[in-house]
Write a protein that binds this ligand. Sequence first.
Ligand SMILES: C[S@@+](CC[C@H](N)C(=O)[O-])C[C@H]1O[C@@H](n2cnc3c(N)ncnc32)[C@H](O)[C@@H]1O
Length: 180
Amino acid sequence: MSRLVVLRLGHRSTRDKRVTTHCGLVGRAFGADSMYYFGDKDETVENSIKKVVENWGGDFKVEWKQDPLQFINKWKREGGVCVHCTMYGVNINKMQGELRRMLSKKDIAIIIGASKVPLDIYKASDYNIAVGNQPHSEIAALAIVLDRIFKGKELVATFKDAKIKIIPKKEGKEVSRIEE
Ligand SMILES: C[S@@+](CC[C@H](N)C(=O)[O-])C[C@H]1O[C@@H](n2cnc3c(N)ncnc32)[C@H](O)[C@@H]1O
């Protein structure tokens, strides 16, 4: 089974805590296996994501790494593919079929930025893909790319060892809690 990971570049602990945490939560909820983040190491982000995993299940991992280019080059040497999300790229509508076919054979790293992404990353990536050619958000870009790859199946996934589970309802809230 191929792996799909998120690479979150350029985390700034002064201003990106919430956005980077949401990148991790979106990655987890919508089918990624792990998020590697770069920039400032930030235990607040790591702990928030780990807490969600502890309560809501699955084995999504979050890990800080120092050098994105080194990571990308190693990932590619080991046979993985790198897909960089950028408004300057090729529209996802043209790429989704290829991404799906690729995941059946190879590990995929989806790269999302924070502030300006260095040109080296564009060059090192196998694909630069755009979720439309307008500026918006890494959280939105990641969510849409994952949804296009998994075709909505990620929205009905269950997570092993969950302590909290929602019982979907038309009205009101029902939550089942599994006591240890
Ligand atoms: C808030 S944007 C900042 C981008 C920065 N101004 C630059 O020029 O690289 C942060 C990230 O959101 C993602 N993003 C924003 N708009 C996008 C789009 N239309 N398609 C794909 N990804 C997008 C990219 O990964 C980008 O690095």
